[in-house]
Design a protein around this ligand. Structure first.
Ligand code: PLP
Length: 387
């Protein structure tokens, strides 16, 4: 709150100002690895600028993880380029290194070497960056990490968003920290970040009058939003702890239910901020729809996982390389309530509702499978109406 008040008190209600510099500095210190940061108006703007800076143009192809939110792929189309979607792997739900390489080789064979690779750290889970960077370097294709959902996550002890040629963050309202709306571009290459700041403020040439030699954008973060962001940076670690607590709580409380799986950190190299706790439902007794309906009926918000981009009507003509992992995740996955301020009581309410519906569906199944109870259950139910 102090940073926002200061912005008003000093009349810095502008797309520039001390909070913007402060936010960039705070992020640089948090992410480490000598990165530079440009604070921008959104994560989508950051991705768009990354592609502009990498020279993505009309007719180019850009590889993008299919299992993601549409904002990861849309900027490819803003540039007149075409997305080439790559499937996820089972262990991280993120880009499969195997299909990434297959896509690159096939596109090269067709005379269309991809201009960039957009890899996503979905729901906070780090993608396998060592393998992905090795493949990308082998074919000399730049990598943009979409870490919009993963601020606070690390891979091999290093902040995600700092492995690729560039990384992006989002501070949208639903993210682990928010500036009400905002984003950032991250890179160890200072020139990229200078270019991003220049392009984000309408590409104004260094001249005493308004002069432009390039097309620019209005993509800078405002000093007021950055003030909110600076306050949020102070609680980021706490937020990560809270989100991870939610995940552990649900996992422990539902561990004994066969047919509900959690995506846990796949090993010591992976540290997810668990932005959202997600589950996969794979059972003959109950379905994802049963759980979703039961929670919604009780006014508990839960959502399906992101629908893969290669299944989206808007991308129906796009190329896709994979074997259906992301389709299966979409079919079976659900995001549970995951806010940073959930109490144990609220988390328990979700758990109780899930257990209730699972038990109910299981007993229906038993009754249906048991000819004796098929007769006795309706009889008892009917009798109970009169007793
Ligand atoms: C994976 C992913 N990429 C990109 C974005 C875009 O971020 P923003 O909403 O800040 O534009 C989001 C979130 O909205 C996201 O979840």
């Amino acid at each position: 709150m102090g940073y926002v008040q200061e912005a008003f008190a000093t009349n810095w209600i502008a797309p520039l100002g001390p909070n913007v510099n402060g936010m960039e500095h705070d992020l640089e210190s948090f992410l480490g690895n000598n990165v530079h940061v440009a604070a921008l108006s959104s994560g989508t703007a950051a991705l768009h600028l990354a592609l502009v800076i990498l020279g993505v143009k009309a007719g180019d192809e850009v590889i993008c993880q299919s299992m993601t939110f549409s904002a990861s792929a849309n900027p490819i189309v803003y540039q007149g380029a075409s997305p080439v979607f790559v499937d996820s792997e089972e262990i991280t739900w993120n880009m499969s290194p195997e299909y990434l390489e297959e896509a690159i080789l096939d596109r090269i064979k067709n005379g269309k070497k991809p201009k960039a690779i957009i890899v996503v750290h979905l729901y906070g889970m780090p993608a396998r960056m060592t393998e992905i960077m090795t493949i990308a370097r082998r074919y000399e294709i730049p990598v943009v990490e979409d870490a919009a959902e993963a601020l606070g996550s690390t891979y091999k002890g290093r902040a995600v968003g700092t492995f690729g040629d560039m990384g992006i963050l989002s501070f949208n309202g639903n993210k682990i920290i928010t500036t009400s709306g905002g984003g950032a571009l991250v890179s160890a290459n200072a020139e990229y970040i200078d270019q991003a700041r220049f392009l984000a403020t309408q590409a104004r040439d260094y001249a005493p009058h308004y002069q432009h030699s390039q097309i620019g954008y209005n993509y800078r973060m405002s000093n007021v939003c950055a003030g909110i962001g600076r306050g949020q940076m102070e609680v980021l670690t706490k937020r990560v702890d809270q989100r991870r607590y939610n995940f552990d709580f649900y996992k422990k409380a539902l561990a004994d239910i066969n047919g509900i799986q959690f995506i846990a950190d796949p090993g010591k190299d992976f540290y997810s901020n668990h932005w959202l706790t997600t589950i996969l439902v794979d059972s003959n007794d109950f379905s994802i729809i049963d759980i979703q309906q039961a929670l919604n009926d009780d006014n508990i918000d839960c959502r399906p996982l992101w629908k893969p981009m290669h299944m989206q009507p808007v991308f129906k003509n796009a190329l896709y390389y994979g074997n259906g992992v992301s389709e299966r995740l979409f079919d079976k996955g659900l995001c549970l309530p995951s806010g940073s301020n959930l109490t144990d009581e609220e988390l328990n309410r979700v758990v109780i509702r899930i257990r209730e519906v699972v038990n109910m569906k299981k007993s229906f199944k038993n009754i249906a499978n048991n000819p004796i109870s098929c007769v006795t259950f309706p009889l008892i139910s009917a009798l109970s109406l009169f007793l």
